[in-house]
Design a binder for this molecule. Structure first.
Ligand SMILES: [Zn+2]
Ligand SMILES: [Zn+2]
Length: 367
């Protein structure tokens, strides 16, 4: 079968011929891959950034944002049948820590987990894939067109869930009912993850402002506004002036991945606010920040800042539920997040060229 493979640490990425995976254990599922999304992680990988080949191999099949259709199941698979749509999750546990033992490899203590398409395990950019039923998340046929957004949506769902668990644990007694409804959220960076976070925050009743550095009438701010959000151009409003000009916010979802901005955003946070960061800054450029001023505020205003990466199977399921709800509330809107569909034979243009108006570029393996 065909697959897209990379020599880790180099820019050598190519379409290869490799063995077709088969169901080899009773709890395994074989899927034909329909679409695989590309994100910043893939683009970093093909620029020679972080990625590891499986043990004993000198190449890695990339791709972690998959969507496919079941074509075969092992004898012990009970809840999944041929023809079902679904996705496989990304991370596989280390097998030696309590989080991984509990099925929460997204909270792995050792760092010795593997990740399909990223770290020591082949990914999903291929015609067929096989994995265990425990890593399968069903996608209803009605939202098959959005299935490829399942993985990035799981990342947004986890981050919001983590932040809200903290708020509930410390403020629940004072905010009976729904803490999110009617409160103000700031989403910094409205790429795919930021927009998906805005979808969740809007579904949960928050008043959402999105911040980025693109023109107001371009696609991403337009979609944000269709969700009922407000756009602020970060080139016109400095982060340190945000609270004065736009107002303080109770919740910050960060998806920009720029270190200095990530810290400075704290200035916009209100009393008892929560801030969740998901962006991974590249490079180590030193930044000048008003550290004392910001930390004084964190203490005096009882604020929480938390980082979040990856997602549990429950967050994948939650993400699929959010996609279903959003497709009913805003019919046709989420489809617009998929800005480019590239046939696998033309994969180079998906991983190397990134247009400022692209939100989610996907490789199509089968229609
Ligand atoms: Zn990704
Ligand atoms: Zn672990």
């Amino acid at each position: 079968m065909k697959a897209i493979a990379l020599k880790p640490g180099t820019k050598q990425v190519s379409l290869i011929d490799t063995d077709e995976p088969q169901v080899g254990a009773p709890d395994e599922i074989r899927m034909e891959v329909l679409r695989v999304g590309i994100c910043g992680t893939d683009r970093e990988q093909v620029e020679g950034g972080r990625s590891d080949a499986p043990p004993g191999m000198d190449r890695l099949v990339i791709g972690h944002e998959m969507f496919g259709r079941v074509v075969a199941t092992g004898d012990a698979v009970s809840n999944v049948k041929t023809g079902d749509y679904g996705i496989f999750s990304v991370r596989r546990g280390c097998g030696k820590c309590p989080a991984c033992d509990a099925g929460r490899s997204d909270m792995c203590f050792t760092g010795d987990y593997t990740e399909r398409g990223i770290k020591a395990a082949d990914g999903f950019q291929s015609q067929w894939v096989v994995d265990r039923e425990e890593y399968f998340i069903p996608v209803p046929a009605e939202i098959a067109a959005l299935g490829v957004l399942g993985e990035p949506m799981s990342v947004a769902a986890k981050a919001i869930d983590e932040a809200m668990s903290l708020q509930w644990a410390r403020l629940g007694d004072f905010t009976k009912g729904d803490w999110m409804k009617g409160r103000r959220a700031l989403v910094a960076g409205i790429g795919a993850i930021g927009l998906l976070a805005a979808v969740v925050l809007r579904l949960r009743g928050m008043d959402v402002t999105g911040m980025d550095v693109v023109d107001e009438n371009s696609l991403r701010p337009t979609l944000l506004k269709e969700l009922g959000g407000t756009y602020v151009d970060g080139r016109k409003v400095q982060v340190m002036d945000f609270d004065g000009k736009v107002g303080e916010v109770d919740f910050i979802f960060e998806a920009a991945g720029i270190g200095e901005l990530q810290v400075t955003l704290l200035d916009a946070l209100a009393i008892n606010g929560v801030y969740v960061a998901t962006g991974i800054p590249s490079g180590t450029r030193p930044a000048t920040i008003a550290a004392g001023e910001l930390m004084k505020q964190v203490v005096l205003k009882n604020q929480v800042m938390v980082g979040s990466v990856n997602a549990s199977i429950d967050h994948f399921r939650q993400g699929i539920t959010y996609l279903s709800e959003a497709s009913k509330k805003w019919p046709g809107l989420l489809e617009k997040l998929i800005t480019r569909v590239v046939p696998f034979t033309d994969f180079e243009s998906s991983v190397h060229n990134h247009d400022v108006n692209d939100i989610k570029v996907v490789v199509e393996w089968k229609k």
